[in-house]
Design a protein around this ligand. Structure first.
Ligand code: SUG
Length: 446
């Protein structure tokens, strides 16, 4: 008998330095909004409102903390010396792109924080975590250290939780975490099939791959994660993303597909070999039939899927069936909005669509599903984790008050060099570790 388990979602709390720096070549929104003035306060409040709304509906909702930015230790590692203010002034003058990179609040997109395998799938029946090295982009490659500390602090009981270090930080093992990992199952507590989607094969010069934009996840990285997590062949499927989709701006699989339970909602152009993916997942899934919800190009052109982030939605188990939590942009694009109406009317597994406003994040290419990391937990595992990060009325009140006290409502690229911003950020995060009860996870606290 499988144990009863739930899916908890851990959203990244948007940090005080949220800004638009155009750092992600291949991510259309990031590039098209470069140099716009951001509103970190609004971004954090939009994220908290999303968390609160889902917590109010009975979903287990957690929060992962933002990181210390601008990250002075990274700048010191690159040869900058002096006081913090001197370092900021020099890098802003000589190399503003490096300053933008070390100031990015990109850890908010926790779908990229780690890959998580539930205990029903792993060899030692513990929940396994591997922070993603995010080696494709410098600004994201510095996230895994603090991400690993936060995850260890929240899931500290070694009887239930196993933590691995990030993979070697090179392109050949490029790993973007759960954004390229979907678990299909009969029920959360039952053994599942973990679908690892990769963009390219590093050690094969003849493998197909995108020609315009980078493939951020490699097969070699996905296979290493499956080995580390102790997944047998029965629990893992590896599938290549369609290179043409990457070249159209689908930089992660979660921009073109989302799964939950036995349902896989995807665009027909998601996979290089769609039939094989469905066959392999279908064969391994036990206790339920795979239900593919395939969206044809004729109904939603790939370009509209990328612009609306239709597939970067959360597919959740609601009381009356599955609920698709979509970004507001889905109602602004006629092909997508009409499709959603037909989807619900069709009487399939997706019974309802709900709109969430995460515009500040969307302008950097992060929709509802980018902002969350899924962790399937049995009742004992849920009891064993640290509860200070779980959303409820009191935590929501504290965090909104905290945001109002510490966040700015406009931030331009020039502002990133302001030593006051660094101080504000450290001050806010110091208080936050107290609110969340996380211990000293930041470098400046040591
Ligand atoms: O890695 N954007 C993020 C968006 C991540 C979305 N995540 C998922 N699809 N799961 C990225 O490209 C842009 C930062 C900037 O340009 O300022 C950025 O990092």
């Amino acid at each position: 008998m499988p144990k009863h388990a739930i899916e908890a979602n851990f959203d990244g709390l948007v940090g005080p330095t949220h800004n638009y720096a155009g750092l992600s070549w291949g991510n259309v929104a990031s590039k098209s909004n470069v140099n716009e003035v951001s509103n970190p306060k609004e971004a954090a409040l939009q994220g908290l409102a999303k968390m609160k709304r889902l917590a109010d509906r009975g979903f287990v909702q957690g929060v992962l903390p933002p990181h210390e930015r601008p990250h002075i230790p990274t700048l010191k590692g690159l040869g900058y010396t002096g006081t913090d203010a001197e370092i900021l002034a020099r890098v802003a003058r000589d190399n503003p792109v490096i300053l933008s990179a070390v100031a990015s609040a990109s850890c908010m997109w926790t779908a990229n924080a780690a890959t998580v395998s539930p205990s029903a799938d792993t060899h030692d029946h513990r929940v396994h975590f591997t922070p993603a090295n995010l080696s494709a982009k410098f600004h994201r490659s510095i996230e895994h250290v603090v991400t690993g500390r936060a995850l260890k602090s929240i899931f500290s009981d070694e009887a239930y939780f196993a933590h691995h270090p990030a993979l070697p930080s090179v392109g050949q093992f490029g790993d973007e975490g759960a954004a390229n990992h979907t678990r299909l199952c009969a029920s959360y507590g039952a053994p599942g099939v973990e679908l690892f989607v990769y963009g390219g094969v590093a050690f094969d010069d003849h493998a197909p791959g995108p020609t315009r934009f980078p493939a951020r996840q490699t097969l070699e990285a996905s296979q290493a994660i499956a080995r580390l997590h102790g997944l047998s062949d029965a629990h893992a499927v590896f599938a290549q993303q369609n290179p043409a989709a990457i070249d159209a701006g689908v930089f992660h699989n979660d921009v073109i597909a989302v799964g939950n339970g036995n349902v896989l909602f995807y665009h027909e152009q998601a996979f290089l070999d769609e039939a094989q993916v469905m066959a392999e997942v279908g064969q391994r899934l036990s206790g339920a039939e795979l239900v593919p919800v395939r969206v044809p190009e004729a109904e939603v052109p790939l370009q509209d899927a990328v612009a609306s982030y239709l597939f970067n939605s959360q597919l959740l188990n609601g009381p009356e069936g599955m609920l698709l939590a979509v970004p507001g942009e889905c109602r602004e694009i006629p092909s997508v909005s009409d499709y959603l109406d037909r989807l619900v009317a069709a009487g399939g597994p997706i019974k309802a669509v709900e709109v969430f406003d995460v515009k500040q994040s969307m302008r950097n290419g992060g929709g509802p599903a980018c902002l969350r990391l899924r962790v399937v937990l049995t009742e004992d595992e849920l009891k064993a984790m640290h509860h200070g990060v779980l959303m409820n009325d009191a935590l929501y009140e504290r965090l909104t008050t905290w945001v109002h006290a510490h966040y700015r409502d406009r931030l331009s690229q020039e502002d990133l060099a302001d030593p006051m911003l660094l101080n504000e950020c450290r001050h806010a995060l110091d208080e936050l570790t107290g609110i969340l009860g996380l211990g000293m996870i930041y470098d400046f606290q040591h």
